[in-house]
Ligand binder design. Structure first.
Ligand SMILES: *Cc1c(COP(=O)(O)O)cnc(C)c1O
Length: 363
């Protein structure tokens, strides 16, 4: 536990003093048996080839890592059919988002974000000194791209598009995104946060790489944390046209991607087929969970990610407490709902049991 702190003698920037805290998903207590479905992690342990690369890389950690992660940047670019000049690797895509925003906005600027969405967004925006304009989601937990376009004003420097949206799950559709991009002024950055892109099976989902080629104001964020199972090592990246990518790179913390993270990400790209088979298995579990929840009587959005959303409103915390008692940790968002990550089948079964009991106990 952190002890209570008094105000520092040195005044903090107002943007820092007023920041909301990032609430991480609940962690399993030492010695307790519980499934962790609270942080959208990959339930599979790293592949032996990835562990071997990390072990091998350990003997080099007296040296600084490759500052710009050149080999990894080239491998990511090659895997996507892009030039390396369009790829910026960073210490998790949350950090990369911070660098993207730092590159384009500051005090007095505005960033349009969907809400409820990824809880790192308001913090990342506030850290730059800019203000976040929150646009409520439409029905079914979908982003309201029409309202988001309408929220763009003279001070808007960027719009964050989370697709699939964390924590509700739906992906935006190609057609609505095309209309949206046509309405956004070319000097306003559009960040497509595709942290869960590998889990998307909606045939109407957009082709972000195609949009990247077409729109110079589009940045795509992706990560090794979810589908590739490297959340603990922190590697993510931005894709953008080379001029913009250079600006993002300039805003990046030097040496921020560790050597172990670089070698693990490279080994993961080399084992992509095997890792994407695991993604298929997680998607199959997601489909099973959504169907089971609907059969129980829940109204749940069409998740395209590795989690499902229960719109519990004011009962979110009570549901999460019931889940914890049953041995499964989930992520409540007070007043809105509960996000349940798709984990190992036994964990998912337990979560479904809690959901079933919740409805049948008359709440
Ligand atoms: C998990 C997640 C990320 C990825 O974060 P990393 O810093 O790469 O671990 C980014 N965006 C969203 C919406 C996420 O849910």
């Amino acid at each position: 536990m952190l002890s209570a702190v008094t105000d520092p003698r040195v005044p903090l920037r107002p943007a820092i003093a007023g920041l909301p805290a990032y609430v991480p998903g609940a962690r399993v207590q030492v010695g307790a048996a519980a499934f962790k479905l609270s942080s959208n992690e990959n339930p599979y342990p790293p592949l032996p080839s990835v562990v071997a690369a990390i072990v091998d890389g350990a003997s080099d950690v007296n040296r600084y890592p490759d500052m710009h992660a050149s080999e990894l940047t080239a491998a990511v670019a090659a895997s996507l059919g892009l030039e390396a000049s369009s790829v910026v690797v960073g210490c998790g895509s949350v950090a990369v988002l911070g660098h993207v925003l730092t590159a384009v906005c500051g005090e007095g600027d505005d960033v349009v974000i969907p809400w409820r969405s990824f809880e790192a967004y308001p913090i990342a925006v506030a850290l730059t000194g800019a203000a976040a304009t929150r646009v409520p989601l439409a029905v079914d937990g979908r982003l309201d791209l029409v309202a988001m376009a309408a929220a763009i004003g003279p001070r808007t420097r960027a719009v964050l598009v989370c697709t699939p949206n964390n924590p509700t799950g739906p992906a935006v559709r190609a057609a609505e995104l095309a209309t949206f991009l046509a309405a956004v002024p070319p000097h306003v950055l559009v960040v497509l946060d595709e942290a869960y892109v590998e889990f998307v099976r909606d045939p109407e989902a957009p082709d972000a790489l195609g949009l990247l080629a077409e729109f110079a104001n589009v940045v795509v964020l992706r990560t090794f944390s979810k589908a590739y199972g490297l959340a603990g090592l922190r590697v993510g990246y931005a894709l953008a046209e080379p001029g913009l990518a250079q600006g993002i790179r300039a805003a990046t913390t030097p040496f921020s991607v560790s050597h172990l993270a670089q070698v693990a990400a490279l080994a993961s790209l080399a084992a992509r087929g095997e890792l994407l088979d695991r993604v298929d298995a997680i998607v199959a579990e997601r489909v099973r969970m959504l169907a089971a929840l609907r059969a129980q009587g829940w109204t749940v959005p069409d998740s395209q990610a590795n989690f499902v959303w229960l719109p519990l409103g004011d009962h979110a915390d009570a549901f999460a407490a019931a889940a914890t008692r049953a041995g499964v940790l989930v992520r409540p968002f007070a007043g809105d709902g509960v996000r349940v990550s798709v984990g190992e089948p036994e964990a998912n079964d337990l979560a479904l049991e809690v959901a079933h009991d919740w409805l049948t106990s008359g709440r």
